[in-house]
Design a binder for this molecule. Sequence first.
Ligand SMILES: NC(=O)c1ccc[n+]([C@@H]2O[C@H](COP(=O)([O-])OP(=O)(O)OC[C@H]3O[C@@H](n4cnc5c(N)ncnc54)[C@H](OP(=O)(O)O)[C@@H]3O)[C@@H](O)[C@H]2O)c1
Length: 376
Amino acid sequence: MKRIVVLGSTGSIGRQTLDVVRQHPDRLEVVGLAAGSNAELLLRQGSEFPKAKLALFHPHPEIPSGMQALMELATLPEADLVVVSVAGVIGLRPTIAAIEAGKEIALASKEVLVAAGEIVMPLVQAKGVRLLPIDSEHSAIHQCLRGYGSGDVGEIILTASGGPFRGRNRRDLENVTATEALKHPTWSMGGKITLDSATLMNKGLEMIEARWLFSVPISSVRAVIHPQSIIHSMVRLKDGSVLAQMGWPDMRLPIQVALLDPERKPNSLPTWNPLDTPELTFEPIDEETFPCPSLARRSAEIGGTMPCAMNSANEEAANLFLRGEGTFLGIADVVREVMERHEPSKATLETLLETDRWARETAQRIIRNKPQTPHG
Ligand SMILES: NC(=O)c1ccc[n+]([C@@H]2O[C@H](COP(=O)([O-])OP(=O)(O)OC[C@H]3O[C@@H](n4cnc5c(N)ncnc54)[C@H](OP(=O)(O)O)[C@@H]3O)[C@@H](O)[C@H]2O)c1
């Protein structure tokens, strides 16, 4: 029996994590649940899983609140594994606290490794804890690499659906609205990651995440568009053999793989067979229309605090766009400008937290000082 804490239990990944727990009550038990502000759903989840201690980031009269409450949940003595599925880099400090307390981590919040892989991975090694990916692409690679080490990897090839704007050019995207950007063709996810999928920043973040999870240089990670979202990613081994993991796009499978690893258990998810999708296609990324993946790659090549500045600028610009400020194409412009202004330094928890604060403030200033095209 694995006892788990879910940070971000009210979100898309958090709710699907609880579905996986419901399917495997003989293997998984919930001992902690945390959210940002949705107290109503958190309390409902608490009554379904009565052994779970609760925490909320925003102040609440009945629930322990604030970053300290999240950190306490992440380090609960009775927990074996912490699922980190909060949206954004806010998950960094609880993740570090959980690793320091020797907890196994199932990581959905890619922003944590993007911003802080340079300090998180050495800590994972020093503490000897397992860090398992929930992201479907990284779960695919994790499954393909079972039995192989980073020395066997020639190249990691991430797949991307291409998002709702695949095939469009920059002119087509000048006036797109948040509502249009949130119509993902194959996955149903939270708002920020759905928008990141439309700008393709999601793939940029995932390239950096892959670099850390599988200990390969960023030059060995690339992405291709695969609109059907059936192949979840591929690895080319050094001898030229390419391995892929396939299935319907449903996050409950990679979540189950992470929570039960290395055990494989039957479940009630729909199964895929090749005749369901006889045509699987691939296209290169149009980097002129979608500059975000190359900005992310550039930040990883520079290293230090630069990926954190890139990530926080994107988080701020994306969240403001979802609330009606700035433009879709402006998101990449803001990230580029913040990166140009940032003077990177060595990554430590202190420099990363300071970079996060600075990059958000700078992104806000850039967006609010520029004339904006209104959108709905
Ligand atoms: N959804 C997917 O299919 C998918 C796939 C791969 C990776 N991921 C990654 O998983 C992470 C979560 O994505 P999602 O789609 O599940 O997002 P989501 O639906 O927006 O859920 C975000 C969760 O984080 C919580 N949260 C927000 N701010 C918080 C704070 N300050 N402190 C504590 N909790 C906070 C939210 O609580 P409230 O409900 O109270 O706001 C909610 O539970 C992201 O990093 C995303 O990139 C998601």
